[in-house]
Design a protein around this ligand. Structure first.
Ligand code: SAJ
Length: 454
């Protein structure tokens, strides 16, 4: 097949979403993919790294070999900061970050607006623009569409096509989730949806679900809001268990014993030291913003907002447990040294976005309590606080350890090893990693989220 006959695809934003999507499409015969990445401080280095066939994301099964194959062997994927190339593209995927303001929880669409304007200026007639980034319901129709039309002078649905097809990736399973999860294809019009279905049938092995763009936008944020509420519920139950001196795990085993394949099934989630990541802390606010901005009537969102607040308070619950343990040990919390285990937002990953550990450090700094952080994977340049990958050094002379992430290394920590290093034997387990019985038998003061105090 000659180069001209190939379907040309641009993917804008070489992040957790854009890189696997681009590499998978480039691996399909008949497709040629250009990754577009601006030379920003944080991510500009990825352009050269990817063009050398390197994978900028750690610990991603399948991704390194896939990138090598499409960049170095097939030469069907190259990365650039040159947006002029957008003019030749049949499909343009917008995979830029869509963060929310930490104070107002409003979406920050600067990147999305800038990229949409550039795409509008450059795209050719008949191009299919696909937004994969998570946005508030209403954004595709009321923000992206007008910007594309104004900058191109073309009409959406006729001269070009617009689709919202959100990603469902998760660090550690980026390729798996794109290929093996059903994909929602939300077109602005039926014709737009058809265009989206054509593209994704080449990389998605599971079913494709055609809906309207706004339906897809609601589904996306609801998927994560649902999980956030589920986790908040588990956190609230965990607090009740601590208060009643029962073990959350026992309660969860009972509750989830209802048969899974019946309508009576329950899926009580896991409580923990907090809810981080790029999805759950922001998507509930995107749902609210979409309804507040484009909805026809008010929705109070009590359940969703209370759940968000519950999850946000879990790091401070870890601190309260640590204070209670210090009192029990007869030491002055203010003069103690806290070893924080885990800086990433999720186990066995270096991803630190919205990490609950950042909240812990802010609280300790405010109370002028000394701390050290251990993480086996997080690169220092990705985290604003000093991290060590030397566990022994971090726990040495510590009065308490706070387990914030269930990295696999932490399951091997032995009471005797820890006791020999720590000044005071306090463990606050935020992720149900260590055995309460084993450590209490070795005279540790052991508290944990959802754990009985006695
Ligand atoms: N967490 C809990 N209790 C739980 C599950 C998670 O406290 O029962 C915490 C984690 O420690 C983490 C945060 O919540 O700090 C988020 O964890 P997550 O498992 O939801 O990981 P994410 O944020 O990568 O979630 C993504 C989401 N997928 C997309 O946005 C496409 C989420 O909807 C998926 O359910 C999840 O991946 C997945 O399991 O694939």
């Amino acid at each position: 097949m000659t180069d001209t006959e190939k379907t040309k695809v641009a993917v804008i934003g070489m992040g957790y979403v854009g890189i696997p999507a681009a590499a998978l499409i480039a691996d399909v015969d008949g497709f040629d993919v250009t990754g577009i990445q601006r030379r920003s401080e944080r991510s500009g280095w990825k352009i050269e790294a990817l063009n050398r066939g390197e994978c900028p994301i750690l610990n991603e099964p399948l991704l390194p070999e896939l990138i090598q194959r499409v960049v170095l062997e097939k030469k069907s994927f190259r990365i650039t900061d040159d947006t002029d190339l957008l003019k030749d593209m049949d499909f343009i995927l917008i995979d830029v970050q869509t963060p929310t303001d930490k104070e107002t929880n409003q979406p920050l669409y600067r990147s999305l607006r800038e990229v949409s304007a550039t795409v509008g200026q450059k795209m050719k007639k008949g191009a299919v623009v696909v937004v994969e980034s998570t946005v508030a319901p209403g954004t595709t129709e009321f923000i992206v569409k007008p910007i594309l039309e104004e900058n191109s002078g073309m009409k959406a649905g006729e001269d070009f096509f617009l689709v919202f097809a959100y990603e469902r990736v998760m660090v550690g399973r980026l390729i798996n989730n794109i290929v093996n999860y059903p994909r929602i294809i939300g077109g602005l019009t039926e014709k737009c949806t058809e265009k989206g279905l054509w593209l994704y049938k080449h990389i998605v092995k599971e079913k494709l679900i055609p809906v309207s763009a706004t339906t897809a936008e609601v589904a996306k944020v609801v998927e994560n809001t649902y999980r956030d509420v589920q986790i908040a519920f588990a956190n609230e139950v965990a607090l009740a268990c601590e208060s009643l001196n029962v073990n959350f795990n026992d309660v969860r085993e009972c509750v989830n014993s209802l048969p899974f394949n019946s309508n009576a099934y329950r899926d009580l989630h896991l409580p923990g030291a907090g809810v981080g990541g790029h999805c759950l802390p922001k998507d509930p606010w995107l749902l609210k913003y979409g309804v507040d901005t484009y909805g026809k009537q008010e929705v109070p969102f009590d359940v969703i907002i209370k759940s968000r607040e519950r999850n946000e308070m879990m790091p401070s619950h870890m601190i309260s447990l640590s204070k209670e343990a210090s009192e029990k040990a007869g030491i002055d919390f203010k003069k103690s040294k806290i070893a924080i285990l885990g800086a990433s937002f999720i186990e066995n990953s270096e991803d630190t976005r919205n990490s609950p550990t950042e909240t812990i450090v802010k609280i300790l700094d405010k109370e002028k309590v000394a701390w050290m952080i251990h993480d086996p994977l997080v690169r220092q340049r990705e985290f604003p606080y000093t991290i060590s990958d030397n566990l022994e050094e971090v726990v040495q002379d510590a009065d308490a350890i706070l387990i914030m992430v269930k990295h696999k290394e932490y399951y091997d920590i032995k009471p005797a090893w820890l006791k020999g290093k720590m000044k005071t034997a306090i463990v606050i387990d935020g992720r149900d990693v260590l055995s309460l019985d084993k450590f209490r038998k070795e005279k540790f003061i052991f508290f944990g989220v959802g754990k009985p105090k006695i």
